[in-house]
Design a protein around this ligand. Sequence first.
Ligand SMILES: [Zn+2]
Length: 170
Amino acid sequence: MWEDVTYDSFLFHAAMDYLKRKQPRLMFVGFGETDEWAHAGRYDLYLTAAHHMDDFVRRLWELAQSLPQYRGKTTFIITADHGRGSGLDDWKKHGEKIAHSEGDWIAVIGPDTPPVGERTQTEPRTQSQIAATIAALLSEDYHAAFPASGAPIADVLAGGETRSGRGRSK
Ligand SMILES: [Zn+2]
């Protein structure tokens, strides 16, 4: 359908298979259908793709929790690579010239993240912090290695500290 995006269902099954067979320490899955359907102005398929993605994330989580090497020690960071505009036309678009598309969200679930529910940010968070947050959860310090990056998002890490800061094993 698209030049550089596959259907999320194909990607989901590949991700499930990869998790089972290769058991990576870190895995990135980039679902792209919602963005494509929004650009095409297909709100019906946009919603369907969003519902499917919710289910794919649930099934990936349940798979991880069914595998001893991941159970109770896996974190999912779920986010979008950009926001979208709003209103009758701008919901299809995003970018510097589209109002409100600078807004974004992040969901984090895992043993190091306090289950505080939905919150509105109290201080600005940016995508520049995500790499360092992932690294902190893996006992690595990305921000020290790449100072131009953002610092880890402390309040998704237990006690606001990195694992390495608490001296925990990897
Ligand atoms: Zn897009």
